[in-house]
Design a protein around this ligand. Structure first.
Ligand code: XLS
Ligand code: NI
Ligand code: NI
Length: 438
């Protein structure tokens, strides 16, 4: 039984690129095979609880524009149950298999951590039934350790050890619940793990706290037999001025220092990548090269405003480059594409939520199709491998494999009179080639 929320009552269907329907998939065809896997298997789309059901349309200058019923009920547990119904209705209408949540998205805090834990568990029980009935899955759970004022100076990196301890207790419960719901991953985003000003901050101390916290989460995950990886979501700033998990490279330093490459990967968000001064595809390619590619928060940042606008990703050329890197990385294993994206605050009709997801799923599907074609035709791949081809010659391999030293290489350079001859990087020629696919 559908609620009255959406005017749409039937799941959105694939109708192909020529469809004239207002709401239909033109490119995302879940059962269509692309490079050996169906689109549904490639994408592993997830709906985010926080943007879709919790955010009321506020901005720093104004309040609730959406006026959703559950925000005005006056009974928080009733609101939580209403949101749970709507999450599964949304998944059904969109044909999406997964969802993601923060503990605080799904249930009210109550007056103590004990009450909060109990509320979260109660709603998780509701999820369990609905997930079984509707064949839906949890992509990841995460703990919100940034909204409440107790976290204003940090969560695990707070100067106050009581906050660190509180966070340990909160994450323990959220990981338990994620495991009970068979979550495929557990995410950690450190919104307050950073600093506002160095004048009151001991960076060295805070980094030690962050490392110990992560190590404990991994120890606990093994103890309870949680199979999925822990995913750290890098972001350079906002809400804090400087966040410790700045970007993929910075997060890798921590993961590698702890020797946790098997257990901890990254969840890369488009908007966070560009806030860090990178492209989205750079972050994906780097994570893949370092062996820590986990999942994606799919959205789109605004290139002018310089903050985390979390718009729905609709830009097909950008998606094509991202999917090129995702496919080159071998695609997702446990991770997926979580819509960490919100409709604009003027998009007040409930159906706007459906249009946003459908449009972005289509943009992703087109990106996937274009990237697959580029890979299958192999022209781009050949240009790049040719550029590095000389590295496969034995004398050059020897330099990389530790069988040469600076002295032996210097001797060879002089003996052979090596003078490197520059070659064109062919950027525009390659860009023309890429445009020919789009
Ligand atoms: C905020 C983050 C957040 C994480 C989950 O900028 O993107 O939504 O994805 O805590
Ligand atoms: Ni995110
Ligand atoms: Ni974000």
């Amino acid at each position: 039984m559908m609620t009255e929320f959406y005017s749409r009552k039937e799941p959105v269907r694939y109708e192909g690129p020529d469809s004239t329907s207002d709401l239909a998939f033109r490119w995302y065809n879940p059962d269509q095979k692309v490079m050996g896997k169906t689109m549904r298997e490639h994408m592993r789309f997830a709906v985010a609880y926080w943007h879709t059901l919790c955010w009321p349309g506020t901005d720093p200058f104004g309040g609730d524009t959406f006026m959703r019923r559950w925000h005005h009920l006056g009974d928080e547990m009733a609101a939580a149950r209403m949101k749970a119904d709507l999450m599964f209705e949304t998944l059904e209408l969109l044909g999406i298999d997964f969802f993601c949540f923060h503990d605080l998205d799904i249930a009210p805090e109550g007056k103590s951590l004990k009450e909060f834990n109990a509320n979260v568990t109660e709603i998780a029980k509701v999820f369990e039934k609905k997930m079984a009935a509707k064949n839906k899955k949890l992509l990841w759970g995460t703990a919100n350790m940034f909204s409440n004022r107790r976290f204003m100076a940090g969560a695990a990196t707070n100067p106050d050890p009581d906050v660190f301890a509180y966070c340990a207790a909160q994450v323990k419960h959220c990981l338990d619940v994620t495991k009970d719901l068979d979550g495929a991953n557990y995410v950690m985003w450190g919104g307050r793990e950073g600093y506002e000003t160095l004048v009151n901050t001991n960076i060295g101390q805070e980094l030690e706290q962050a490392k110990r916290f992560l190590a404990m989460v991994v120890e606990y995950k093994h103890r309870i037999g949680f199979k999925g990886p822990i995913l750290i979501e890098p972001k350079p700033q906002e809400p804090t001025k400087h966040q410790y998990d700045y970007d993929v490279a910075t997060v890798f330093a921590t993961i590698n220092a702890l020797g946790l490459k098997e257990d901890v990967k990254v969840n890369i968000e488009q908007n966070h990548a560009i806030l860090a001064g990178h492209t989205f595809e750079h972050e994906i390619a780097l994570a893949a090269a370092l062996g820590i590619f986990g999942g994606i928060d799919i959205n789109r940042g605004d290139y002018q405003s310089g903050w985390d606008t979390d718009q729905f990703a609709m830009n097909v050329p950008e998606m094509s480059l991202a999917f090129l890197e995702i496919l080159k990385a071998g695609g997702f294993t446990t991770g997926g594409l979580n819509f960490d994206a919100k409709i604009r605050r003027q998009s007040i009709d409930p159906d706007d939520i459906l249009h946003a997801h459908v449009g972005s799923m289509d943009a992703c599907a087109r990106g996937l199709l274009i990237a697959a074609k580029i890979l299958e035709e192999g022209k781009l791949g050949r240009i790049v491998s040719e550029r590095y081809a000389k590295w496969s010659e034995p004398k050059n391999r020897a330099m990389l494999e530790g069988r040469e030293t600076l002295e032996s290489i210097a001797a060879r350079v002089h003996a052979e009179g090596i003078e490197p001859q520059p070659k064109s990087g062919q950027q525009e020629r390659i860009e023309n080639l890429l445009n020919s696919y789009i």
